[in-house]
Design a protein around this ligand. Structure first.
Ligand code: MOS
Length: 768
């Protein structure tokens, strides 16, 4: 896509507010009045701090809270002794919450688990008081060391959000045994944390006003306001009778979501899978119930390591069998995942692997080792990020054995249809991604074994395939056309920093042929129509489709009003002959017959017209296999003496359906690619195997790519319109950017040095 497409794309609607500090994030909510009902009294905000457990497994025998209680300004020390009892949650959440609820008993399951919550007049007092609390424990031997507990590994029947832990077609083991060409290797991937700049944050308030008692309002940095509302409703016994999927099913047939819990998500400073439904949502709501004040909890950076999800470590064995001409005959992937006692989410490491290449015999299994750690969960392209590292490194190794160009090997195994389902792709432009990516990157410079030097540095080139499934979730939206011709669009999706407000407003503007500034999008509130979770790279397509349906409905409703109105120039016109563009109804052929929407409404004596749109009901039932594809290229410079690796250039070419906003899309892909550099070279959360604590739980020692680490990056959009996949034609772009990057970098290091590195992050010691 030419630069002009990026430069001409609308800038982020929330951008100015964000960079000038005016944008509202949860941590900025200092006064709760704006969320109160008329006549409700304003009560001062109180602030909470978590007291984390200092052991990894055992029981709290005694909590000495006297010193904390005496500190002026402390309002509550909440422990299992006085915390509200919660009911078990059945809903799908972004973290461990469904299997573990905070402060319900004295048991400690991991280091850093909340064992008390202090609430005070200021956050500083709360934190000081939290440090004054002394716990006496009865510790038990904890499971902390991955290597030493391999006898406790168990098969995982389910991975991801409910997909099968084992995928099998043909007989991969037998095909591998007889394959003339083989790659068989082990890969180790270390755990790593999110570190979104905004930590987990929640403000909760229980309304005390007459008639509102037992209603809870929560403002939270969450990727799923509806999910949190259902979870909180379940936990606090507020009459949530159904599981989330059934509630969603009812919403999709037009029933209103009627809940005693309202959840609001303001702007969110990075989500990536880390936000929603965890302890930090539940704890302030519990304290607020006891206190009758709004209570705010903003996690410290250290807290985020033990109270928010992260990417658990994995050990993966991958075997590839091939013919001498480079046709894959067998793929066996065995994943062993590190997880916690309470986690419900396991990374689906074969989610893309099973669909990527035309290999007839395939077998993927997942096993889990549950340790005494906090729960891993979703993190940008969960399962796919490690899965693509492993597969694409092995493909590079196979290409080397066969003396084939790595792109040529991939083309020889190009999946013309989805090898798992046998379905046709809704669209697939991966060939074009390889070709255009190679061209822009200068892949022709690559030698089978690089001899290029630059001072002390050896230069190498690597590539890998990127892919991510296209998730089209059910979503609903409402459009309200006002008498002044402006349109309010509503859907309870979330702005997690990806530019959703902008791209979704554009969908409405495009559909109605109205200028963008005539549209006001309202999101992030369960008083609005259901929007799915902001995860799985699904927002633009899912919510955009609902908005599109609503826009079509709006045009039709207006036309129906006009054609029976004697005063309308369109009186008695056939519906199919009436168009609605730029706020004006017009006859398709006799273009002089025009009736502005404002006139239609005013003659009908209406101040507004409201319509709803529902889309994505057929989630998972498409006739086509749906996935976005791309090609990643990396150039590295490896210092011969220090082993340090610099990524000097990356090119990513992506075909992800219709791009709604090239500017925000490029930014998403760029961000994903930079994260890929972190995944390859920097990110590693170190656990003390004696105490179970994360020892580098801060931004100084948890290394992420800085500007100095981020190379010159080129993002290429390969034109594609996924009209067979959906009317909107869009695919997901949030996660594909990170996939394949770490393999491209590892392959480039191999090209430069001859060293095949299979453990992430790749450190200087491994390179030397
Ligand atoms: Mo993303 S890991 O699906 O929030």
């Amino acid at each position: 896509m030419p630069d002009a497409a990026i430069n001409n794309a609308p800038v982020r609607i929330d951008g100015h507010a964000k960079i000038t500090g005016q944008g509202l994030y949860t941590g900025d909510v200092n006064c709760f009045d704006r969320y109160l009902h008329p006549g409700e009294a304003v009560r001062p905000m109180l602030h909470a701090a978590v007291v984390p457990a200092g052991i990894a497994f055992g029981r709290v025998l005694h909590l000495d809270t006297a010193a904390a209680q005496r500190l002026p300004g402390v309002r509550l020390v909440m422990t299992p002794a006085n915390a509200p009892r919660l009911k078990k949650i059945r809903s799908l959440l972004m973290s461990e919450q469904s299997n573990y609820l905070p402060l319900q008993d004295d048991n400690v399951r991991y280091h850093g688990q909340p064992i008390a919550l202090v609430v005070a007049q200021t956050p500083e007092i709360a934190r000081e008081a939290a440090m004054l609390i002394n716990a006496t424990y009865s510790p038990q031997p904890a499971l902390l060391d991955f290597e030493r507990n391999l006898d406790k590994v168990k098969p995982a029947k389910k991975v991801g959000a409910g997909s099968k832990g084992e995928v099998k077609r043909g007989d991969a083991e037998a095909a591998f045994a007889t394959a003339p060409i083989k790659v068989d290797a082990h890969y180790e991937l270390q755990p790593a944390h999110h570190n979104a700049i905004e930590p987990g944050a929640t403000v909760a308030y229980w309304h005390a006003h007459d008639g509102l008692a037992n209603r809870l309002t929560v403002v939270s940095a969450t990727q799923f306001v509806y999910g949190d509302a259902v979870a909180l409703g379940e936990a606090f016994g507020l009459g949530v009778k159904d599981k989330l999927p059934r509630i969603v099913a009812q919403v999709l047939v037009g029933k209103e979501f009627d809940s005693a819990v309202r959840v609001i998500a303001p702007l969110i400073g990075g989500g990536f899978g880390s936000k929603g439904g965890a302890n930090h949502t539940m704890l302030p709501a519990m304290a607020a119930k006891l206190l009758g004040h709004p209570v705010k909890l903003v996690l410290t950076r250290q807290d985020t390591f033990s109270q928010m999800p992260y990417r658990g470590g994995a050990d993966i064995r991958l075997r590839l069998g091939a013919t001498p001409d480079g046709k894959l005959t067998a793929l066996v992937q065995e994943s062993l995942l590190q997880s916690s006692e309470t986690a419900s989410f396991l990374e689906p490491t074969s989610e893309v692997t099973q669909h990527l290449y035309a290999v007839p015999n395939f077998h993927a299994t997942h096993k889990v080792l549950r340790l005494n750690t906090n729960s891993p969960g979703w993190m940008r392209a969960p399962g796919v990020t490690p899965g693509q590292f492993v597969l694409e490194t092995a493909m590079d190794e196979l290409a080397e054995q066969l003396s084939l160009d790595p792109i040529e090997l991939r083309l020889r195994n190009y999946a013309e249809v989805d090898p798992e389902s046998g379905k046709q792709w809704s669209s697939k432009s991966l060939r074009e991604c390889y070709a255009q990516g190679a061209e822009h990157f200068g892949w022709h410079r690559r030698q089978a074994r690089s001899t290029e030097h630059q001072g002390e540095e050896r230069i190498g080139y690597g590539m890998a395939t990127a892919a991510y499934p296209t998730n089209h979730f059910p979503a609903t939206a409402r459009l309200i056309l006002h008498a002044d011709g402006t349109v309010v669009a509503q859907s309870a999706t979330q702005e997690i920093g990806q530019g959703a407000i902008t791209s979704l407003s554009q969908v409405v503007a495009t559909e109605l042929a109205l200028p963008l500034d005539r549209i006001r999008l309202e999101i992030g509130d369960t008083t609005l129509p259901f929007g799915a979770f902001s995860a799985g790279s699904s927002t633009s397509l899912s919510v955009g489709s609902a908005l599109r349906v609503a826009a079509q409905e709006l045009a039709e409703r207006l036309a129906r009003i006009a054609r029976v109105d004697k005063a309308s120039p369109l009186y008695l016109c056939a519906l199919k002959d009436i168009t609605f563009q730029g706020g004006v109804l017009a006859h398709r052929i006799e273009s002089a017959r025009r009736d502005p929407a404002t006139a239609v409404l005013s003659r009908a004596g209406r101040e507004s017209l409201e319509v709803k749109g529902i889309a994505g009901r057929t989630f998972g039932k498409s006739d086509y296999a749906r996935m976005a594809f791309g090609a990643q290229f990396a150039r590295v410079a490896v210092n011969e003496f220090t082993g340090s690796v610099r990524v000097t250039h990356m090119t990513g070419a992506f075909a992800a359906g219709r791009i709604l906003n090239a500017r925000t899309a490029r930014s998403q892909l760029l961000g994903g690619m930079v994260w890929g550099v972190g995944h390859a070279l920097l990110e590693e959360s170190l656990r003390d195997i004696r105490l179970g604590a994360w020892v580098n739980a801060n931004l100084a020692e948890a290394h992420v790519p800085t500007n100095a680490d981020a190379p010159d990056i080129e993002v290429i959009f390969v034109p594609e319109d996924d009209t067979r996949g959906s009317e909107l034609g869009a695919k997901g772009i949030g996660e594909i950017g990170i996939t394949g990057v770490s393999a491209a970098i590892a392959n480039a290091i191999h090209n430069a040095t001859g060293r095949r590195l299979r453990n992430l992050p790749i450190t200087a010691e491994q390179v030397l």
